[in-house]
Design a protein around this ligand. Structure first.
Ligand code: FES
Length: 163
């Protein structure tokens, strides 16, 4: 199946907004933002402008909501999202070196997608697996614990093979 074009995605978002008539309550705005992020993978500036226009909500209010909730993102993310825990237990066991190694191997900055769009690296707070520190989670499902920087290239290769 071919990926949808941006125009098709925008049309889908407009239909969603029409079917969810805005009633002035914040939760409809959040639902629309969720839908937009599901469609586009993140919240591009022009999409936020469209939402502001269609819901008649000031853009400044929309940015306020988007920055308040950390599950919204205004920047594209990689297909595989690598979350490096920088919580205290992980930090004291060298999580900063793990993070640096991922950024170095992938030649990216924090929260930026790689040029092939395959990966992005994010720093997060405690992932609730402190006994396995330092911990990394990939794609919100795969945990890697007691990591050392030399394991990082192997983790990257595993997902590269998957594409
Ligand atoms: S501090 Fe990293 S999992 Fe708890």
């Amino acid at each position: 199946m071919l990926a949808k074009t941006k125009e098709e995605l925008l049309k889908e978002l407009e239909e969603y907004i029409e079917n969810h008539g805005y009633d002035g309550k914040g939760d409809v705005l959040i639902q629309v933002l969720h839908k937009a992020q599901e469609l586009f993978g993140y919240l591009p500036a022009d999409v936020l402008e469209l939402i502001s226009d269609r819901l008649n909500v000031p853009l400044s209010k929309i940015y306020g909501v988007v920055t308040f909730y950390n599950f919204f993102s205004t920047r594209p993310k990689g297909k595989h999202q690598i979350k490096v825990c920088l919580g205290t237990a992980c930090y004291v066991k060298g999580a900063d070196r793990i993070l640096e190694r991922f950024l170095e191997e992938l030649k990216v900055g924090l929260d930026e997608p790689t040029s092939d769009g395959l990966f992005s690296v994010h720093a997060v707070r405690c992932l609730g697996a402190c006994s396995m520190a330092p911990v990394v989670m990939v794609d919100d499902k795969d945990f890697y614990g007691r990591l050392t920087p030399d394991v990082v290239p192997r983790i990257i290769s595993k997902y590269r093979r998957e594409g």
